[in-house]
Design a protein around this ligand. Structure first.
Ligand SMILES: [Zn+2]
Length: 153
C-alpha cells in the first residue's frame, strides 16, 4: 500500500515526465490520472467524514440504550417508573417536562429507541391526543381519561 503522499509524488513525477516528452496523448492521459487522483482523495475524505458521523451516532445510541426495568406501561405508552405517580395524578394537557418522560411504545418495541411523545395540535375540546414525532403513533385521551390501565413492561 502506498500512502497518499507517495502516490501524489508519483503522479507528479509522471506528469513532469509527460510534459518533457511533449507527447500529447501521454499528457492528456496524465491530466486524466491527476483528475482521478483528486476525485479519489475527495471521496476518501467523504468516507472518513461518514465513518466519523456513524461512530458518533453509534456512541449516542449506546448511551441511550433502553433500560426496560425503569419503564412501565401507561395508556399504550411507556413512562419512566419513578414518574408514573406524578403523570397519573396530572390532568391533561401534560407539560413538556412531563411529556419528556412519556415514550412511544411502537418505537420502543420496534426500534428500541425512546422517543418522547408530543401533543398533537390543535387540541380538540373533547379529546386530547399525543403523537410520536418519529413514527406518528397516536395515543388518545377522552374527556374522562381512564388511567387504570397500567402494566409492567
Ligand atoms: Zn414512535
Amino acid at each position: 500500500m502506498f500512502s497518499y503522499t507517495e502516490i501524489r509524488q508519483m503522479v507528479k513525477d509522471i506528469s513532469d515526465a509527460a510534459k518533457k516528452s511533449k507527447n500529447a496523448e501521454l499528457l492528456s492521459q496524465t491530466f486524466e490520472l491527476q483528475g482521478t487522483f483528486l476525485d479519489l482523495m475527495s471521496e476518501n475524505q467523504d468516507l472518513k467524514d461518514q465513518v466519523r458521523d456513524l461512530k458518533d451516532q453509534l456512541a449516542n445510541l449506546s448511551q441511550q440504550k433502553v433500560d426496560r426495568d425503569m419503564l412501565v406501561k401507561f395508556h399504550d405508552m411507556f413512562v419512566d417508573k419513578d414518574m408514573l405517580q406524578t403523570i397519573k395524578s396530572t390532568s391533561v394537557p401534560f407539560s413538556d417536562e412531563m411529556l419528556e418522560h412519556m415514550y412511544c411504545s411502537k418505537c420502543l418495541q420496534e426500534k428500541d429507541s425512546m422517543i418522547s411523545m408530543n401533543v398533537l395540535r390543535p387540541v380538540e375540546s373533547d379529546s386530547y391526543t399525543l403523537i410520536c414525532p418519529s413514527c406518528g403513533y397516536m395515543v388518545y385521551f377522552g374527556k374522562d381519561p381512564n388511567r387504570g390501565r397500567v402494566s409492567f413492561f
